[in-house]
Design a protein around this ligand. Sequence first.
Ligand code: NAP
Length: 317
Amino acid sequence: MIWLVGNKGMLGSEVSLALQALGVEFIGTDREVDITDAASIRAFADETARASSGTIDWVINCAAYTAVDKAEDDRDACRLINVDGPENLAALAQRMGAGFLHVSTDYVFDGYGTRPYREDDPTNPTGYYGLTKRDGEMAVLAAHPDAYILRTAWLYGKNGNNFVRTMIRLMNERDLVRVVDDQRGNPTWARDLARAIADFVRLAREDRPAPSGRFVPAGRSVPAGRPPAGVYHFAGAGETTWFGFAREIYRLAWARGLVSTDCDVQPCTSAEYPSKVRRPPYSVLDKSKITQALGRPVPEWRESLEGYLDEMRNDAT
Ligand SMILES: NC(=O)c1ccc[n+]([C@@H]2O[C@H](COP(=O)([O-])OP(=O)(O)OC[C@H]3O[C@@H](n4cnc5c(N)ncnc54)[C@H](OP(=O)(O)O)[C@@H]3O)[C@@H](O)[C@H]2O)c1
């Protein structure tokens, strides 16, 4: 059985749906099983094993402290949830002989790179959230050397506040919206990442190792096997700035009747939009390793945005 931790969050709720679609047996928890309390998670795993026919053979961790600015003033909580919590889960999974998949972020990089970041590029977080996510990755791999870590970026989904929802609200309220145009990255639909996580765990639970050194041409699908342990990057294909993302949101949301008033979407600089944390100016992730592991390309960010907005329109009618 799979244990999905953080099942009520933006990503976790989508992973829940993806696991249901796969038809695998899983159990989900969120705040009610506090990952910062090692005794609680051990008790939960023991109780689950007693109550159900099978034990937990995989743990997926989508729980995290994700308030990037607030983290600067709330350091103890952020570190407990992003470092101690994943370490507790990874250590428990290792002791149980279970697999472990953890989710991390593009904010482990400083953003001074000039080409998409690869998994083994040096990390250098610029804020406390990124620092704890980086330390969390290290703690997970130390506790469970066969763990998988999926770094992602600029996530939006159905549950929770996110950039797309905020933009649509502002575009309906204001006649001018200014958005930073000096940070480049990869918008990522939580649905796409959730499907990748479900596929990843499905492949990793199989015994067959992946065919090594095999190049996967774009658009082609090859049967993949168990991916090697370690860090992977998953995010929407292509790249843009927050301004470029906002402009597409406006165009596509307008076409679907989700925005119904004229709004001028204008670029601005990060300096004009002061925040507690300096975000990486360039955090585009290289997705070739996960493309190879899954045997299929990652979805293009604009197409995913269309899918998300189609669903939003259908939910509204
Ligand atoms: N959102 C992004 O743009 C983004 C970008 C890159 C990477 N990521 C990574 O993606 C992953 C998923 O992010 P998300 O946006 O889905 O986060 P989210 O919506 O904040 O979900 C996280 C969930 O974990 C729960 N949680 C927090 N502390 C916990 C604890 N001590 N024990 C058990 N559960 C706890 C939260 O509950 P509460 O709501 O009650 O706190 C929430 O339900 C995270 O690892 C994040 O770092 C996110």
